[in-house]
Design a protein around this ligand. Sequence first.
Ligand SMILES: [Zn+2]
Length: 59
Amino acid sequence: MKCGAELHPNEIGLHKKLVNRGSTEFMCMKCLSEFFKISIPDCEKLIKNFKEDGCHLFI
Ligand SMILES: [Zn+2]
């Protein structure tokens, strides 16, 4: 929703986890990392963790 970048489903999943599950507009990983002051590799680590937890939001 912020920069108009094309979103990977995992970025949408991450947004839902970090911001709001009911969101209909999403930030890409870069914008999320800036918003939450976390690094891109940390975002990827989070996605990996969520995925390993079996969260269906991630592929
Ligand atoms: Zn963005």
